[in-house]
Structure formats: C-alpha cells, structure tokens
Ligand binder design. Structure first.
Ligand code: PMP
Ligand code: GLN
Length: 390
C-alpha cells in the first residue's frame, strides 16, 4: 500500500478534513481568537443544562428508543404545531437524530439512488455535497447572489434534470444569514410540485432570526408530504456539542430516513434528549431571549468591524457575518485566512469552501460572532491591526 490514506473509499477522495476542524486546530495551535467554527463560547439556558444533569442522575444513561424518547418526540411535535401550525404525529412522523447532520445524512442516503442529482443553493453548508457524494450522487448548484443573496427562479428550473431527486433548502442560511422569503419559498415549492421532487430542509437556525420571519417550506401548498423538515437543538439552546437533532416528515419519507439512521448511530444522547424536551417546553420568551442576546453580539461585532474599517454584510439571522476582504490587500480569502492567525491572532473561514464556483467567493471571509463580549472585543482589537497595516 502506498500514498496517503490507502484505504480511503473513492467517494471520499478530495473531501479532506472539514474546514471547521482544520481552522479550530489552527486557532488552538496559534493561540488565536476562534471566529471560525460556529459554536458559542458561553452556555445556553441554565434550566436545560440542569435538566441534562438531572437526567444523568435519574439513570437515563442507556440506549433510548431508535425513534427518540417519547417526551422529546412529543415536544418536537408541539413545537412544530405551536410555531408553524404544522401537525406531525409524534409516533410516526418525528425522528430524533444525532444532530441535524445525521438527519441530513440519513435523508440523502435513503432518498437518493446512486447516480441521482441533488440541487443545492450556493453557497452551501459544506456537509451537503459531501453527503451527496457518499450517497453516490452528484449535485448541481443554484447561486445565491449578494447583496440580498437572492436566486433566479429560472436558474433553479434549469438546474432540474430527469435525474434530479432532491432539493436541499437551508433557511435561515449558513453562511449568509439569509432568511428565504415567501416568494422564494413559493418558487422552490412550485419546482418541487411540478417535477415531483422531495425537499430536505435544514432549519437549524430557525430561532436565531433577527430580521424577517422564518417559514418552513413544509407549510407551503402541497409541500408537507414531500418535505423532510430537519432541525437541531444545538443552536437554539447553545449546546452544539450535544448533537440532538430531528426530522419531521410524512410516514413513508420518515420510515425511509429511519431505515438509514438506524444503521448510522441507531440512537444516542439519552440524557440530552430529556433535557431538550425540557428546553422546547420553556416557552417563547426564553427562545426569544437567546435570539435577542445573539442579536446584541451581532451588533457588537458588525459595528466594531465597521469602526475598524473592515466592512461586513450585516446578517438577518444565524451565527455568521461575511466580510469582503478585497480592500485589505490583494490576497484571496483562503490565503488571508491562513495568514491572519500569525499576523493578528484571529481565525475566520474562507467562503470558497461553501462554493463550487470558487471565484465567486475569492475575497469573502466568514466570521462567527456567537462569542462572549470579551472574546468579540479581543477579536476586534486584534483585527484592527489588519486594517491599520493595509
Ligand atoms: N446545518 C447547518 C446549516 C449548520 O450550520 C450546522 C452546524 N451546526 C449543521 C447543519 C449541523 O448541525 P448539528 O450540529 O445539529 O449536526
Ligand atoms: N455548523 C458549524 C459551522 O458552520 C460547524 C459544524 C462542524 O464543525 N461540522 O461553523
């Protein structure tokens, strides 16, 4: 055997390490402020953390049921009804997963055949093309264009071929913070209905919306029974390491997703499932509190960046703000992000990792602002060195 990773399956060739792991390791090695990987450096609601400790003490430490504990499936069904008017039967239409990632993996693996095509909006969350590749499929992209990150419905229609099976829709969107509007959701729904496609929605930032309103695609006409609606507790409760996610869908779709899921992890996170059931029942004000708190961090960071002369696009939702670093020198973002840990001690993510068309993101950098005030202030102090030296 010779060469790197001789046992690597050919479907994994070219994927390499995820940018988030690479950049977190770089932050650690250089003592940099980590504005790369999207995770808070503060805790979420104390009641939810305490509920997890209590669940461990109460002995909820063995395999939970494959579909997830009843209390959490009930809480997810209540959540979907309460926030969006979507009725899902907790017994047959709700599946608890190891984060949104496992729900996405099980959906793509179970709902596509080898050779099928999956449509993604670009920029895309990096797991999507990787999961499509693992399923033996290929993806096509529909560009979201700045500054509004809107898409052209004709480009969406042109991306559909006889091999298209799924459209993945991430709203609220990573990395742009875009919240898809009603007209856009309607355009996607029309394409799904006309071509008999399944939609897989990634709604992990559903409760972190600062401007506009999140509307699940499943609420549109004819979409409930052709959509797998996916979310996760990680962002809503600032517990990204717990990896409790879920999928809601009509029984035939959900049964397919579970067929794949049962052989990925089977089940997991028993005490955390109990805690998230408590979290989902905390009430609207607590969830809005997490969002308002994050909005304060967004403003602190974006205003601070403006003050030090590094423009950012102020996002409508989520954990991230994007800068065009073109004016800071003639480097591309990938080079810039490799150099700035040494130059000023901050880590960001070059946006080309979210693109097939790398040139469209040549000078774009993503910063995570889901950080404590002290972390953000320190990052701004350090980043100021860049604009002073350019
Ligand atoms: N989708 C998007 C758009 C994300 O940003 C992330 C990162 N948290 C995930 C999915 C993964 O979610 P989880 O940690 O629940 O697997
Ligand atoms: N969703 C996180 C981000 O976009 C990363 C999660 C991960 O490392 N896979 O930064």
């Amino acid at each position: 055997m010779s060469g790197r990773l001789p046992y690597l399956n050919s479907r994994l060739q070219g994927l390499g390490a995820t940018i988030f792991a690479t950049m977190s390791a770089l932050a650690e090695a250089t003592g940099s402020v980590n504005l790369g990987q999207g995770f808070p450096d503060y805790d979420g609601p104390a009641e939810v953390l305490e509920a997890a400790c209590e669940a461990i003490r109460a002995g909820h430490n063995q395999y939970p049921p494959g579909r997830g504990i009843k209390a959490l499936r009930d809480a997810i069904a209540d959540h979907q009804r309460h926030w969006y008017g979507l009725a899902f039967d907790p017994a047959s239409e709700v599946l608890v997963t190891a984060g949104a990632t496992e729900a996405l993996a099980a959906s793509i693996l179970s709902l596509t055949e080898v050779g099928d095509e999956v449509v993604l909006f670009e920029p895309y969350y990096d797991a999507y093309p990787a999961l499509v590749a693992l399923a033996g499929g290929t993806h096509r992209v529909v560009p979201l264009r700045p500054p509004t990150w809107g898409f052209d419905p004709d480009e969406l229609r042109r991306a559909i071929t006889p091999r298209t099976r799924l459209i993945v829709v991430n709203s609220p969107h990573n990395p742009t913070g875009k919240v898809f509007g009603n007209d856009e959701l309607e355009a996607i729904a029309a394409v799904c209905r006309d071509h008999d496609l399944i939609a897989v929605t990634d709604e992990v930032y559903e409760h972190l919306v600062f401007e506009g309103e999140h509307r699940p695609l499943a609420t549109l006409d004819g979409m409930r029974d052709r959509t797998v609606t996916i979310s996760s507790a990680g962002k809503t409760f600032s517990v990204t390491g717990w990896k409790i996610g879920w999928a809601c869908a009509s029984p035939p779709l959900l049964d397919s997703v579970q067929t794949a899921k049962q052989f990925l992890t089977y089940a997991g996170g028993a005490p955390f499932q109990h805690a998230i059931a408590v979290g989902l029942a905390l009430g609207d004000d607590r969830l809005r509190g997490v969002c308002d708190d994050l909005a304060m961090r967004r403003d602190l960071f974006c205003d601070g960046m403006g003050a030090i002369g590094i423009d950012v696009m102020v996002p409508a939702s989520g954990y991230f703000a994007i800068s065009d670093i073109g004016s800071l020198g003639d480097e591309d973002a990938a080079t810039f992000c490799k150099k700035i840990p040494e130059r000023c001690g901050v880590v960001g993510i070059p946006n080309d990792v979210f693109y097939d068309h790398k040139d469209d993101a040549r000078t774009l950098v993503r910063w995570a602002f889901c950080k404590s005030t002290a972390t953000l202030e320190e990052a701004l102090r350090r980043l100021a060195k860049l604009s002073q030296s350019s």
